[in-house]
Design a protein around this ligand. Structure first.
Ligand code: HEM
Length: 221
């Protein structure tokens, strides 16, 4: 049976939307610095990029704390279960109105491909962006010379990593925006990330668990 389930908590939604805004803004200012177009003007773009980068680092610190303290980091543990079915769904099933192969629950919100992609972003792409970005900043501004300890004698290698990461993030954002529209209805994923609630297929036992949790939460409040 279908039931409205509280799937995304308040901090999770705040983190998601702040991250979306900051990555979009870093993309906009970053590609202006790169020379792809002119919007804020180069000087302003650099200032805005630096401010957004610090805000992003602070947000990441809070998000790490939240993931560790709630145990939500477990959502990203990779699994091979259902991975082929999920890939087949994305390649063909999705265009034939086939049912979603992975059931979404509060304890397992991500399908196996999402788990891998998000884990890759968290452990690889975002750390590369933060590290190369900080090197970019401190290589150029306070020291104004090569970082001899790291044997970096030009900005080029840093710029290659930072720009490559930026292109990966752009491809992720485009795919993510498309996949948002492929839930039960075209807006159900979006609504869930706004309100926290999503209509999910649950069985009798889960309904009882959800009700018990609601009763527990009400009695605490
Ligand atoms: C905490 C994270 C980040 C930090 C600390 C950071 C820092 C920097 C710095 C200092 C620069 C050089 C500015 C200059 O030339 O004066 C830069 C350039 C750039 N950033 Fe970031 N950035 C971060 C995240 C991002 C993200 C998330 C994106 C895109 C999705 C991005 C895209 C770019 C691009 C495209 C450039 C131009 C690279 C080039 O052409 O050499 N940055 N970043």
């Amino acid at each position: 049976m279908l039931k409205q389930v509280y799937i995304y908590r308040a901090f999770e939604r705040f983190w998601h939307w702040m991250q979306a805004f900051l990555i979009f803004f870093l993309m906009l200012t970053g590609f202006e610095i790169h020379g792809s177009f002119r919007f804020f003007g180069y000087y302003n773009a650099v200032q805005y990029h630096n401010i957004a980068a610090f805000a992003f680092i602070i947000l990441i610190a809070f998000a790490i704390f939240w993931h560790l303290s709630t145990g939500e980091w477990r959502q990203y543990m990779p699994t091979s279960e259902n991975i082929i079915a999920q890939a087949r769904y994305y390649i063909t099933g999705i265009f034939q109105n086939a049912p979603h192969p992975t059931k979404k629950t509060v304890l397992s919100k991500l399908n196996p491909i999402q788990k891998l992609v998000y884990l890759g972003l968290k452990l690889l792409v975002i750390p590369v962006m933060v590290l190369s970005g900080l090197l970019f900043m401190f290589y150029r501004y306070p020291s104004k010379s090569g970082i001899t300890g790291l044997n970096i004698d030009s900005l080029e290698s840093i710029a290659i990593f930072h720009t490559a990461g930026a292109f990966i993030l752009v491809s992720f954002v485009i795919t993510h925006l498309y996949l948002i529209t492929t839930g039960h209805t075209i807006t159900s994923n979006l609504n869930a990330m706004i309100t926290g609630y999503e209509e999910l297929e649950v069985d009798e036992v889960e309904v009882i668990e959800v009700r018990n949790n609601e009763i527990k939460t009400e009695s605490i409040q």
